[in-house]
Design a protein around this ligand. Structure first.
Ligand code: SF4
Ligand code: SF4
Length: 129
């Protein structure tokens, strides 16, 4: 596909999400889909963030709340198990952290430049009620 700027398009132009024919897209993992260059999936928004969520699998109960609520489909889950975060598309909104029900939370926000291994060593302990 030819690359165009946003103002090169005719009013009413249609942008296709995928190149070529699409079949069984629901059962095709994101990384295996033939997204077209006009699809937002091909663009990274990582530099929009000032904070990022860090995942601590030790506390995760695989409830999938983060996956359901993430507005950017940036939670990676496989076979109903939380796997991690797609940092190319996560915008750092923090909703996944808000909805995580564990104690302590299995997702916490850290500054964007934080080292993830170090962040895991700074994880809070269980909060007594
Ligand atoms: S911070 Fe926001 S965009 Fe990023 S994974 Fe969490 S809910 Fe999704
Ligand atoms: S919301 Fe928290 S406990 Fe539930 S799957 Fe996500 S990280 Fe795991």
């Amino acid at each position: 596909m030819q690359d165009n700027g946003w103002n090169d398009f005719e009013i009413g132009a249609m942008l296709r999400s995928f190149d070529g024919a699409v079949s069984d897209i629901a059962n095709t993992q994101q990384e295996d889909r033939a997204y077209s260059s006009s699809n937002s999936f091909t663009a990274s928004v990582a530099d929009w963030r000032i904070e990022k969520p860090v995942f601590n699998k030790d506390f995760c109960i695989d409830c999938q709340f983060c996956w359901i609520y993430c507005p950017d489909i940036s939670i990676i889950a496989r076979d109903k198990k939380m796997v991690g975060i797609d940092y190319d598309h996560c915008k750092g909104c923090g909703i996944c952290v808000e909805v995580c029900p564990t104690n302590p939370k299995s997702l916490l926000m850290f500054i964007e430049r934080a080292d993830e291994d170090k962040a895991l060593t700074e994880w809070p302990s269980k909060e007594e009620k």
